[in-house]
Write a protein that binds this ligand. Sequence first.
Ligand code: IFM
Length: 466
Amino acid sequence: MTRSLHHSLPQLRRSDFTSDFLWGSATSAYQIEGAAALDGRVESIWDRFCDQPGTIRDGSNGAVACDHYHHWPEDLDIAQSLGTNAYRFSISWPRIFSGPGAEANPEGLAFYSRLVDGMLARGLQPWATLYHWDLPQYLQDQGGWLARDTVHAFVEFADVMSKHLGDRVKHWITHNEPWCTAMLGHADGIHAPGIKDFKTAIQVCHHVLLSHGLATPVLRANVTDARVGLALNLHPISAASNKPEDLAAAQRHDGLRNRWYLDPLYGRGYPQDVWQALGEYAPQVAEGDMQAIAVPTDFLGVNFYFPEMVVHAPGASALDLRLVDAGDVERTAFGWEVAPEGMTSLLKRIQDDYQPGAVYITENGATYDDHLDEQGEIQDALRRAYLIRHLAAVRNAIQQGCQIKGYFAWSLLDNFEWAEGCSRRFGITYVDFDTQVRTLKLSGKWYSDFLHERETATASKWQSAA
Ligand code: IFM
């Protein structure tokens, strides 16, 4: 059930943030590019996954998506018109490498070169993500992320891309949301490659983290003034009751959701409580792996969407716990709880527990059921309110001492939302997938007013509309 509550919205101005705060929007290759069979791009695990009946809610795929491969100048124009000064995109690995031992594909390299030049020409600082889930299928055929060789293939990919773009791209995100790669793709099987095996997922997770650790020094070596990090999806976790067993379950869930990534990245190794709870599922770790994963980074990317609540439930999962519904709370159309206060507390906890230096909100956004009205407009007042409230949450976290340096709205465009297909719209720009016409939504207009410091952006104007 989607429930929206009428909230009084916080007053928010761009000047609440420092003048060097980075403002952006984010996308990813498979979700927007299309052109799946063009200019030497080979099959990705998502092409293969989407072909299997029943995997994607509306039966769609990313073969065309937003056709950003051809529409990119218009899309970057939109990002520029918003008043953003950064743009986060990802690089499609199957556009660059076509098979084992193959040379990098010149047409793939040229596309990203054009794209980056287009960003720079529009005053948008390019933020490149290397892995946003579209592994080449030929690598999956050789074992995918379960195979340690894929770690080395990733490092080669990072090497080639940073040599090619490093004169212009200084900000590099190695991986987007390793939890999703591992768990949704290899335990739940609801994402590509569709494997359902928890032990595999835990090993995949280790290899993904290791590939981050080994690629980081390569990026630094190739790029003068490189700033390297990765983007984690992190969640505030609570117990459904104060019973000791539920509190312990929440601790374990937090362990696998959050600390399993943060602890090793910040030099503490895998959290021992989770390692023990995993028992036979614990990953194989070679000598030197943990030191590699703990390589210093320049920033932490935080993707924030929703909190989770758990109960102790023996046998329900490998960690003997189950997610529970938080009840009558405000939700997006996805059913995700809307919890801006949770964002502030999560950011504060990250600051206190890990002191990550710089933090960037590399994704934050919401899906609602958007409709074009008779005037051809999308009155997504709920998404606008979501943005205002979450940006206020970021501001509050900064006031509490968090070192947050930038914010990327997810997403610039409606796009292919993975297993949900094109049925879930996260964009601040509406995309008509039949005509490829783009229309800035009310939320996008608000973001633009806010960034341009127009009076129309002040929250009081929106009180009744949320
Ligand atoms: O669309 C995704 C994105 O690819 C990764 N983070 C979450 C978004 C919304 O589900």
